[in-house]
Design a protein around this ligand. Sequence first.
Ligand code: FE2
Length: 134
Amino acid sequence: MKNSQSDDLKIIQTFYTKYKKELLDHITDEEENAFPYVLELQKAYDQKTDPLPKHIAEYSIQSFEKEHTNVDEKLFDLKNIIIKYLEPNYNNKECNEFLFELFQFERDLTDHARIEDNILVPKVMDIEKELKNA
Ligand SMILES: [Fe+2]
């Protein structure tokens, strides 16, 4: 049996609400834990702080920085669910704008993950290696 339009909207809304929470948790965790740690580590490196403060010595970027696979894949799923449930007679102008924004957001999120995974994390790991194995 085919879902009614309101069932479709509920599915999308539930998925969206869960996704939004997961993404906000990810970003909040970075803002409150990972990035302050990176700034402190950089400061200790610049000032040649010895010994390292406990809150730096006992952690590593890998303990803070969470995987991006989940948030990336779920946005991909959300986008596909929305496209799948589009009404055939959808409002062209509004929907195209919305879909464009959604695709743009997906690209932004991919950039976010690439910058952190390929630039920030390896750079921080180099500094950690130098400071902690010295
Ligand atoms: Fe991230």
